[in-house]
Design a protein around this ligand. Structure first.
Ligand code: DC
Length: 226
């Protein structure tokens, strides 16, 4: 691909569809930044949990997010998230934070603040950004939009294996599946910028595909249409 200008690639989809793994491969191949927007909502949830704030309490969470200091920095190829200048990247993958992130993400004040940060990064860099509302709301003019899906069973399996491999989490497969189902419903039914496929996004069902097969499909599409 002969590309000189700044580009944006949006990769949306439900939890466990493989967005972050695929986005990292694409960002490496194209040598552009990868922005994991879920990590931002997770950091907001972590702060609420640490401060004893119920992640469903709109007033308290909105007030808290007014004064939050959230930064994304890069260490080699990995994105680190700084919450009030503390690197919290390794604390945000727990099931408790996942549910909390889905809860705080319903709150418009939280979303507006996160979206401002996301758009600012995309205005200065070529990016592959993954999330729920990137193609529909954050970057509606993105050059490429993909929507990754997979069956609930398959997504729960992937998440469960990730958590077990991480060795830090004591979870059952059934709990992981329930978390995914809760977030699917919560993320898709919220009023402001819900999880949904942009009308111009390419949908890829990855249930029976390997990571390499999905990444290749996306790369082929970008090379052909870039
Ligand atoms: O991608 P993830 O699983 O790390 O995201 C955690 C939660 O954050 C997800 O359940 C919903 C929310 N989220 C969102 O609402 N919008 C985004 N762009 C990214 C994540």
């Amino acid at each position: 691909m002969d590309r000189k200008e700044k580009i944006a690639i949006a990769i949306d989809g439900p939890a466990g569809a493989g967005k972050s793994t695929i986005s990292k491969i694409i960002s490496k191949n194209l040598k552009i930044l990868y922005i994991d927007t879920g990590a931002m909502y997770r950091a907001v949830a972590l702060k609420a949990i640490r401060e004893g704030i119920d992640t469903l309490d709109r007033d308290k969470v909105s007030e808290m997010v007014n004064n939050i200091d959230l930064k994304i920095v890069y260490s080699g190829e990995s994105q680190r998230i700084l919450l009030d200048n503390e690197d919290v990247t390794s604390f945000i993958k727990t099931p408790e934070v996942s549910i909390g992130a889905s809860n705080v993400a319903v709150i418009p004040e939280v979303r507006l603040k996160m979206v401002e940060l996301q758009r600012e990064i995309a205005s200065k860099n070529s990016v592959v950004m993954d999330g729920r509302d990137i193609g529909t709301y954050v970057l509606p003019d993105a050059e490429f939009k993909f929507f990754l899906t997979a069956s609930v069973e398959e997504r729960a399996k992937r998440r469960y294996n990730e958590l077990i491999a991480d060795n830090k989490h004591n979870v059952s497969f059934e709990d992981v599946k329930k978390d995914i189902e809760y977030r699917d419903k919560n993320d898709s039914s919220r009023e402001f910028a819900p999880l949904s496929k942009a009308s111009d996004a390419i949908e890829i069902d990855s249930t029976d595909l390997s990571i390499e097969q999905v990444a290749n499909k996306i790369m082929e599409y970008i090379e052909k249409n870039g």
